[in-house]
Write a protein that binds this ligand. Structure first.
Ligand code: HEM
Length: 485
């Protein structure tokens, strides 16, 4: 039974023009922190939806449909810890419809992100090899070569979409290092299909909770996309099967598949391969793009960072032993992942009824937590909208206050790999080139299936660290998320 609501302010939570009094009003004593609205608003504009809920209610809030269905939102370290540290009470829930048995959609979503309990533990153990410290250290040379290769295609004065370049680069890195296949055309094609499929999953993600007007036609479309993507993933797996075994994820899954007791079926082989590829390249490409954008808008920080890199590395790519001598690189990445986190929010669901803060949750209530909102709380990070890498010289936030890679038992498995990829790539790029935003560029953030990307790309002119800086103001929704001056 759901706790009865006392009086609830009726607001359209995601509408930026909603009356300010409603969006900022604190709930009266004994009122539950509920905003009436439309759950699909979360899909359409997660940023404004969550910001309005946080401003109206604080650290816990519900968005409620007229029929009483609710999504609960938690913000800040207290509730993050309560929910993320308890994997029995709160299960992970993938942002997609699972699809019917024997469908490509069902196979593609049979991945760690949608698993719980023993199944999750077993599958995590099987694929964790390539993510462990020693394996990750072994990727340094490949990463450095691929980054050098990308940069070799750039020239000062060229206009480029940095986001596109970095996305292609990360597809290639993930294809080679994670999947063990270096066929750029096949990998790019799988990348393009993945992005279309992820976007359609996003459209329908909440269709499982509330009916979506275009549900039927969108669902058919999703199933077609899933079939097309699955066919290419199978091609990739076949290519990998023809090669000698290695330590990449595809090879490990193929080896496990051979053992009858491994728990890896054809379904998991497809799902794990597809989702690890997507989880690996999309988030890292977004982080590289947002970091490059922030640096392009902060010339003094870029100049100091380039000086550190050139002094310590003298033009070469860093090894892992160099990292402790590159504190500014570390602080820039930490601050970029705080202020514009590639994973904007994520979700849990309670398999049994539970009391969470003031809410009694019926079984199966979606619970959303947000890295973005937590990372922008002024009591945790003073002056939160400013890009201030130097703050990391003095702060050490708790794992539930700063959580770009999640927290608790489901902490991102790829975090060490992502961090060395970010450090090596930025060090190679920035020793040779800096980036000047093109005049009049519009920079908009878009959240798709929890991931936060520059929707209209990052259009830049390639420059060198010696080129006189031309700081061009940009337009777009980015100004609601970060202070640029
Ligand atoms: C900057 C890059 C990355 C970011 C920001 C990021 C972020 C995250 C976050 C926030 C979670 C937790 C989601 C939740 O609790 O619901 C997560 C989980 C996960 N990430 Fe990443 N990730 C990144 C890179 C990678 C890479 C390179 C891989 C490797 C393929 C990867 C694989 C995974 C996997 C498998 C999980 C699920 C872990 C589990 O449920 O046991 N991620 N990631």
């Amino acid at each position: 039974m759901v706790t009865p609501i006392r009086s609830v302010p009726a607001t359209s939570a995601s509408t930026p023009s909603a009356p300010a009094s409603l969006l900022t009003a604190a709930p009266a004593a004994r009122e539950l922190p509920i905003t009436r609205g439309h759950i699909p608003d979360l899909t359409r504009d997660p940023f404004r939806c969550m910001r309005a809920l946080y401003r109206a209610h604080g650290n816990i809030a519900a968005l409620e449909e007229t029929d009483g269905q609710r999504v609960i939102f938690i913000f800040g370290p207290h509730y993050n810890q309560e929910v993320l540290s308890d994997t029995e009470t709160y299960h992970a829930r993938f942002f997609s419809l699972r699809g019917s048995r024997n469908s490509a959609q069902r196979r593609l979503t049979a991945a760690l992100l949608s698993m719980n309990g023993d199944e999750h533990k077993t599958q995590r153990r099987i694929v964790q090899g390539p993510f462990q410290k020693r394996a990750v250290e072994g990727y340094r040379d490949q990463l450095a070569l691929l980054a050098e290769d990308m940069v070799a295609g750039w020239q000062a004065g060229q206009e480029r979409d940095l986001f596109r370049d970095l996305t292609r680069f990360m597809q290639r890195v993930s294809g080679r290092v994670l999947l063990g296949v270096d066929e750029p055309e096949l990998i790019e094609h799988i990348g393009d299909l993945t992005e279309r499929w992820v976007a359609m999953n996003h459209e329908l993600g909440l269709g499982a909770v509330v009916p979506h007007k275009k549900m039927d036609s969108y669902y058919d479309c999703l199933l077609d996309m899933a079939e097309e993507l699955e066919a290419e993933i199978r091609t990739l797996i076949d290519r990998r099967r023809e090669m000698p075994p290695g330590m990449d994820v595809t090879s490990l899954l193929l080896q496990a598949r051979e053992r009858a007791d491994s728990g890896v079926t054809d379904t998991e082989l497809i799902g794990q391969t597809a989702i690890l590829f997507a989880a690996g390249y999309l988030t890292t490409a977004n982080t590289l793009a947002w970091t490059s954008f922030l640096l392009a808008q902060h010339p003094e920080i870029t100049t100091a960072l380039v000086a550190e890199l050139r002094r310590e590395l003298d033009g070469r790519a860093p090894t892992l032993a160099d990292f402790p001598r590159l504190p500014m690189l570390d602080h820039v990445i930490k601050e970029s992942m705080r202020i514009l986190p590639a994973s904007f929010y994520s979700q849990r669901i309670n398999p049994e009824p539970v009391q969470l803060g003031p809410f009694y949750l019926i079984r199966g209530t979606p619970i959303v937590f947000s890295q973005y909102i937590t990372h922008h709380m002024p009591d945790l990070f003073p002056d939160p909208e400013r890009f201030l890498p130097e703050r990391w010289q003095t702060i050490a936030p708790s794992p539930y206050a700063y959580l770009p890679f999640g927290a608790g038992a489901r902490l991102c498995m790829g975090a060490p790999m992502a961090l060395i990829t970010l450090k090596i790539t930025l060090a190679v790029m920035l020793q040779r080139f800096t980036f000047h935003l093109l005049p009049g560029s519009e920079i908009n953030g878009r959240v798709t299936s929890t991931m936060f990307a520059p929707a209209s790309g990052i259009p830049v002119r390639i420059a060198t660290p010696e080129t006189p800086w031309q700081l061009k103001p940009v337009t777009g929704s980015i100004h609601e998320m970060v202070t640029l001056d």
